[in-house]
Design a protein around this ligand. Structure first.
Ligand code: 13P
Ligand code: SF4
Length: 383
């Protein structure tokens, strides 16, 4: 994660908020290092034509999003990945777990490429298969092994998705967490929610009506998760102690200040934010929801948005008739999303033009088989 200290960030170009504060956005990313790269990316993409399909997550840099055939949140991209069966190459501009899901959901003859292999996700790394298996054994020892459905957020590695598939569980995204959890609680009385405690808690409490007392947090670094067997037996939601290192930074403290400063501001946040932040927000939803909400708002509306900065800045630029401010004192890009830059993108595309596949992401057949079960259970749910 890259952070830069600055005053609450006015992002809307030409808004009176800009002139009042006279603050240039110091969070601007530098332009692509070599302007010729844009022409090279265009040329390589044109040469590849229908053979390549470029997917771009909303948190990607502008210089990369410009070349995406489809943009979306994790859920939309998971569905769209399979939309071009004729494309030999899927270039995934996002992070590793998304590219793995794309490999699982696309045909065996299609190759998925992640332009920079260092584009991982700190949240996904917080749940390792051995840790999750140890937790699962502890649940069995506590006598509740048969009562729990494992649910993993899309932001997890393929082997965690496969673990869920093997054990009657399912994947969810921030777009459909409520629907998926409702399905899970129809199957059994308890859920083990991986790896984002905030999405799990926010959805359980604010959408399903569970109480905070129904939730316990399993710390994989402590013996028995730091929980007594009776705590596990009483809980409905067993939340994995993982979080997003970007969304976890937003704090409730700035919300009051913003409301005092911009009287009609609507606070719009992603459900990966801490529960205390979500409780004070007006609206909560996935990146697709955030975009749709801003688009549907009338001119003059004001939003303070708590999600990744590339997206917030793009929204501000696309809606100069609305006030869009970033919900924090620190500029906060997701450093791993930002790893996919134009030089890496051009390298990946030009290599394909030369007949060389670089940075291919593959999931082994056994993992793929079980992960598909968990992903398919999600895709089969309505919505
Ligand atoms: P989605 O809204 O796409 O689920 O994005 C959240 C996220 O952090 C992706 O890494
Ligand atoms: Fe992972 Fe958070 Fe970055 Fe998404 S924004 S890739 S959850 S660290």
């Amino acid at each position: 994660m890259t952070t830069v200290d600055l005053p609450l960030l006015p992002l809307g170009r030409g808004t009176d908020l800009d002139s009042e504060r006279g603050v240039e956005c110091p969070g601007d990313l530098p332009p692509a290092s070599d302007p010729e790269l844009v022409a090279r990316a265009r040329a390589a993409k044109a040469k590849l034509g229908e053979r390549v399909f470029v997917l771009g997550h909303h948190y990607q840099r502008d210089e990369v999003i410009e070349f995406a055939d489809v943009t979306g949140d994790s859920f939309k991209l998971a569905r769209d990945a399979a939309a071009r069966p004729q494309a030999e190459y899927i270039v995934f501009c996002g992070v590793h777990f998304m590219a793995e899901s794309a490999d699982i959901l696309t045909g065996d003859d299609q190759q998925v490429i992640l332009p920079d292999l260092a584009a991982g996700c700190s949240m996904a790394d917080m749940a390792r298969l051995a840790q999750v298996e140890a937790c699962w054994e502890a649940l069995a020892e506590a006598g509740i092994g048969e009562d729990v459905v494992p649910v993993t957020y899309m932001n997890s590695s393929a082997d965690i998705k496969a673990f869920c598939g093997r054990n009657g569980g399912v994947v969810c995204t921030s777009s459909n967490a409520q629907t998926v959890l409702e399905w899970a609680f129809e199957q059994k009385q308890k859920v083990l929610f991986l790896p984002d405690q905030h999405l799990g808690r926010n959805t359980a409490v604010l959408k399903l009506g569970l109480s905070l007392k129904d939730c316990v947090v399993w710390n994989p670094r402590l013996p028995n998760g730091g929980l007594r067997p009776e705590q596990l037996r009483e809980a409905r939601m067993i939340l994995w102690q993982g979080h997003c290192s970007v969304h976890g930074r937003f704090s409730p403290d700035t919300i009051g200040e913003l409301r005092a400063e911009i009287p009609d501001v609507q606070v719009l946040v992603h459900p990966e934010c801490q529960h205390e932040v979500v409780l004070q927000a007006d609206l909560v939803g996935s990146t697709e929801f955030i975009i749709a909400t801003v688009q549907a708002a009338p001119p003059g509306s004001a939003f303070a948005i708590g999600t990744e900065l590339n997206l917030v800045k793009r929204l501000a630029a696309a809606h100069p008739d609305k006030r869009i401010v970033f919900l924090d004192r620190t500029v906060c890009y997701c450093s791993t999303m930002n790893r996919i830059d134009l030089p890496h993108f051009v390298w990946a595309l030009e290599s394909l033009v030369d007949g060389v596949v670089v940075n291919r992401i593959t999931v082994d057949p056994e993992t793929e088989h079980h992960a598909t079960m968990a992903l398919q259970r999600m895709l089969d749910l309505p919505g």
